[in-house]
Design a protein around this ligand. Sequence first.
Ligand SMILES: CC(=O)N[C@H]1[C@@H](OP(=O)(O)OP(=O)(O)OC[C@H]2O[C@@H](n3ccc(=O)[nH]c3=O)[C@H](O)[C@@H]2O)O[C@H](CO)[C@@H](O)[C@@H]1O
Ligand SMILES: C=C(OP(=O)(O)O)C(=O)O
Length: 420
Amino acid sequence: MDRLAIIGGRELYGEVPIAGAKNSALKVMVAGLLTDEPLILEEVPDLADVRQLTTLLQNHGASVEREGSTLTVHAKDIASTTAPYDIVRKMRASFNVLGPLLAREHEARVSLPGGCAIGARPVDLHLKALEAMGAEVELDEGYVVARAPGGLKGARISFPFVSVGATEHAMMAATLADGRTVLENAAREPEIADLADCLRAMGAKIDGEGTSTVTIDGVPRLHGATHEVVADRIEMGSYAMAVGAVGGELFLKRGRLALLGAADGILEEAGLTLKEENGGLRVTKWGRPTRGTSVQTEPFPGFPTDLQAQYMALMAMADGTSTIRETIFENRFMHVPELMRMGADIHVEGRSATVIGKRRLKGAPVMATDLRASMSLIIAGLSAEGQTMVSRLYHLDRGFERLDDKLRAVGALVERVPEE
Ligand SMILES: CC(=O)N[C@H]1[C@@H](OP(=O)(O)OP(=O)(O)OC[C@H]2O[C@@H](n3ccc(=O)[nH]c3=O)[C@H](O)[C@@H]2O)O[C@H](CO)[C@@H](O)[C@@H]1O
Ligand SMILES: C=C(OP(=O)(O)O)C(=O)O
């Protein structure tokens, strides 16, 4: 397992190519199961999660060929409708193959995704949505065994609370259902709109994505298409917070302000300048430390939970005190003890953390506990005095493409080193 050695204190200047969004790429790849024609996906990031999902799609009989950042998924025939536990457990979004397999083959046997560091993350809303569309669902030895003899039927589905995965899952299944499906209290994340764009390019009839009500009229079949994956807003926000922590100026290629939702205003309030220009986003931070600014995570367009850990690192070195409230996941403060090893002054009570900003943290050996926590520790290390060594980088490699290369290219002193 690799570690990342960081010498703090260097300002960041230059250009960062923002990759396609992990949280969209994984879904549009699954959409490839909905057609027997090739689906060409551009700007697909080279990530561990993408490689993991590639293995699963190949297990179902699809061919997945990568050429640079373009991935072609071709599920001409479905060889197996079983998604095995040893693949699904490694990458939770794999669970979303259930709906497309049901829609196309009218049966599927998919492992429940299993545990996850940041919370229990049940899939009950996914299953209720598929049952509303007529699927017969039962649990058997950790697997969901589902059948839809005669295919899925359109339905009106009202989610009790916002779920990104359940919204996407139902959207995909509904494209081939008989009749109209209406999703109420649907998630509004940019990745939902990106999936809708891809499905529409494949011949699906979808309306309302990006609002709380999405309408899908089923069609007999979908065809192949070419789709460019939207820029990764979490990668964008993470690099913005890195330059907020150490100062300097970064141009985030393919970045767009609209993708940041409330994070844009929060970062401006904290003292960063964000400006959209020439097909990207220029993020600048001069002089004085960032200002302590409180935030609460919420479904889009609120402040994204996937930026909470990174933001906490920024606030740990801010001028003043801030409160960070995590409303989406029940266990997403595991970066706190690791930041405290670097001298951060943070007090957690339930789902709220009070962060008392300090001028500078001190480098230390720390351990990544989950994907976004790993970036939080790196942001702290970029600014801390001395060396920080971040271990368990396999968490980072799930969702940040070539992070050490991109940081070195803009002046950071970072080096990947093998575990002792
Ligand atoms: C691959 C991907 O796109 N992952 C993102 C997706 O995860 P994911 O789709 O899993 O997140 P959801 O939006 O579904 O989860 C939101 C909350 O609802 C709960 N829940 C969800 C489904 C369900 O059936 N029952 C249930 O109780 C979850 O445990 C969580 O507490 O959206 C999250 C919230 O924006 C992001 O942090 C993840 O990065
Ligand atoms: C939680 C995340 O991803 P996943 O849902 O794949 O665990 C994330 O991208 O921050």
